[in-house]
Design a protein around this ligand. Structure first.
Ligand code: KG4
Ligand code: ZN
Length: 349
């Protein structure tokens, strides 16, 4: 990595993590995260107003820590990238207002960037430029999609998406049914290691006759959640203990099975040799091993960032900003707005 590559500061505040990242080109220099997750746990989900206040308190110290880790000062930054959407509007506003203020004060350009595209592009920090084209599997608490990433990561086309719950949402809802804390995904991952993934045959969404033709690259997880609720209630009604580890392992297997099957099918059918997985659920250990096995068997090269780059963070925002700078994309106008439903097709404002 040349030392003259631009230094980009990334700011992420779309949900409950305040993330500040600093990169130079593809080189990661700092990735500071302050999470308000514990403040939301007792509500069983993220409370937007609580998240916004937590960002306000955390952002300035996180900026200071990121600069210290990178061994630089704010005026060493060449450009700023900030998540403009999708996300919680009040939470996004904290990051966007901070980024705009810094842009004016430091006299550097600001890019309002897409959170979803950042989850895909972050892999470049660990494994270098993404090959062209690549199929992306984006699996987070709010989104689950298969994406065709082409034209040197400048065109992101959705191939399919969830028709109802996101994969992370499915993990979180099932965890709640099992009495596990929020967010449930990491808990299911951990507890599933003690369970038998074949203990209970939970349904694989959209795998019925005709579904493959009608929804080739889509997902559906709401039926799974209902099936688990019914199964658990039946056990309780019979006065039998709920085998939490077996349920966790079997649910995880059902989710990961459909995600990886669709990912491999998309690569094979579109003739794409590389797959990348991003988003919080990409931290799931079973998803990582099953995707590795299935991609290897199909001759597909798989890229998955390390777990702390999968869950929300500032480095991913800086990574996308860095790409935009190098691609010569014009910065965002200073009056760009936060957009709770920014489509994945749009990398930046
Ligand atoms: O990308 P992310 O940090 O935030 C959003 O943009 O949504 O994703 C959060 C989601 C949550 O649903 C969480 O339970 C899930 O990612 N998650 C996991 C794991 N780590 C985080 N799900 C399964 N296994 C994990 N290890
Ligand atoms: Zn995310």
């Amino acid at each position: 990595m040349t030392t003259d590559a631009p230094v980009v500061l990334g700011i992420e505040t779309s949900c409950d993590e305040t993330g500040i990242g600093i990169v130079r080109g593809h080189e990661l220099l700092a990735n500071e995260i302050a999470s308000s997750v514990d403040e939301h746990a007792r509500f069983g989900g993220v409370v937007p107003e609580v998240a916004s206040r937590a960002h306000l308190e955390a952002i300035e110290p996180a900026l200071g820590r990121a600069c210290a880790t990178a061994g630089m000062r704010l005026d060493d930054v060449d450009a700023i990238a900030v998540t403009a959407g999708p996300g919680l509007v009040g939470a996004l506003l904290v990051g966007v207002a901070t980024a705009k203020a810094l842009s004016v004060a430091l006299g550097v350009p600001v890019y309002g960037v897409n959170h979803l595209a950042s989850h895909v592009v972050v892999d470049e920090l660990q494994h270098g430029p993404l090959p062209d084209p690549t199929v992306g599997l984006l699996v987070s608490g709010g989104h689950s999609s298969l994406l065709l990433v082409a034209d040197d990561v400048s065109t992101i086309t959705p191939l399919g998406q969830t028709l109802d719950d996101a994969a992370g949402e499915a993990f979180d809802k099932v965890a709640r049914l099992l009495g596990l804390p929020f967010p449930g995904g990491p808990w299911i991952d951990r507890i599933a290691r003690e369970g038998d993934p074949r203990a209970i045959a939970f349904p694989r969404g959209l795998s019925g006759p005709g579904d493959r033709d009608r929804y080739p690259y889509d997902f559906s997880f709401s039926g799974l959640k209902t099936a688990v609720a019914r199964w658990v209630r039946a056990k309780e009604a019979a006065g039998e203990p709920v085998p939490v580890a077996d349920v966790a392992a079997s649910v995880q297997e059902a989710i990961v099975d459909v995600l990886t099957a669709r990912l491999v099918a998309a690569c094979v059918e579109k003739g794409v040799g590389t797959a990348v997985i991003g988003g919080g659920v990409a931290a799931n250990s079973r998803l990582r091993t099953m995707a590795e096995e299935r991609c290897a068997a199909a001759g597909i090269s798989l890229r998955v960032p390390r777990p702390d780059l999968c869950t929300d963070n500032g480095a991913m925002v800086a990574a996308l900003g860095s790409r935009l700078v190098r691609d010569g994309v014009p910065p965002s106008p200073l009056d760009f707005v936060t957009t709770s439903n920014l489509p994945v097709t749009r990398r930046s404002w």
